[in-house]
Design a protein around this ligand. Structure first.
Ligand SMILES: C[S@@+](CC[C@H](N)C(=O)[O-])C[C@H]1O[C@@H](n2cnc3c(N)ncnc32)[C@H](O)[C@@H]1O
Length: 262
């Protein structure tokens, strides 16, 4: 399945916002180049991807695993709100298969416009690379692609005959999340990842998700402590800190990823 290739020309702040040194960026680029030119059969290259995965990306994978392990004893769906290309959702499907292979009702639901940020206002301090439209990947077509990718992972995983349980929902999450809950009145949440990076959508989505979050359930924020992307921090300070009983922690492996337990 294909989707429009305008991801190839789009620029966003993650291209310029980095904590890495020029030397590290250069090494990252060479690692990726070596993956693309590695002299081995496709099967051996596919089997050896760990040769090229950089440590900071591996840390993200470990952090998602760290959080996923906490929800294994809990019932409820996983939401990935601001899924972008869907990497966190794919990781969650694979951790589901590893940590709880018989849990067929752990549905993962991805939310994104797939047309980039939506809902920026002045409090979000928009910039040329960080504003409405940033992170577009091709709209509905990409949503279909991600859906098929998730299904491929399910088919590849243990008990792969049970596939097609996950959902990819395209549109502004301020509309799609309430619509999803209305269409699925018995659905409740064990874990939600947030990565919307604008104040109003994050605040609105948090309220809706928290209403369906089971006791002990987790809401994880990718950018809570980022000073140059203040939305999640502002939502936490203004809307959550003294209004909801919770515990807050940060990931041991990827310190930027913080998570709240209900
Ligand atoms: C920083 S990216 C997410 C990165 C992703 N979580 C990851 O770890 O790879 C932010 C995403 O939020 C989406 N987004 C922003 N505002 C939105 C809104 N109001 N409704 C739905 N998606 C939105 C954007 O389209 C973008 O894909």
């Amino acid at each position: 399945m294909q989707w429009k290739a305008f991801h190839l020309v789009s620029q966003h702040e993650s291209v310029v916002t980095t904590y890495s040194s020029p030397q590290s960026i250069e090494a990252r680029s060479e690692l990726f180049q070596r993956l693309r030119t590695y002299a081995a059969t496709p099967e051996e290259t596919e089997r050896s991807l760990g040769l090229f995965i950089r440590g900071s990306l591996l840390a993200r994978f470990l952090a998602v695993a760290e959080i996923y392990k906490r929800i294994v004893p809990l019932p409820g769906i996983v939401m990935d709100i601001g899924t972008w290309r869907g990497q966190t959702a794919v990781l969650c499907e694979n951790f589901r298969a590893i940590f709880e292979p018989l849990h067929f009702n752990r549905r993962i639901v991805c939310f994104d416009t797939f047309e980039g940020y939506k809902g920026f206002s002045q409090v979000d301090r928009p910039t040329e690379l960080h504003k409405d439209g940033t992170y577009q990947v091709g709209g509905e077509q990409y949503a279909d692609y991600l859906n098929s990718l998730l299904m491929l992972h399910e088919k590849n995983n243990a008990m792969g005959h049970n596939n097609g349980k996950h959902r990819v929902v395209a549109g502004d999450c301020r509309t799609t999340i309430p619509a999803f809950f209305e269409e699925n009145p018995g659905e409740f949440v064990s874990l939600a990842f947030f990565d919307l990076n604008s104040f109003q959508p994050t605040a609105e989505a948090f309220k809706m998700v928290h209403g369906r979050l089971v006791p002990g359930g987790i809401v994880a924020f990718w950018q809570l402590t980022r000073d140059n992307i203040p939305a999640e921090g502002m939502v936490y300070v203004n809307e959550i800190l003294d209004r909801y009983d919770h515990r807050i922690e940060r990931s041991a492996y990827y310190p930027g990823l913080c998570f709240l337990t209900k």
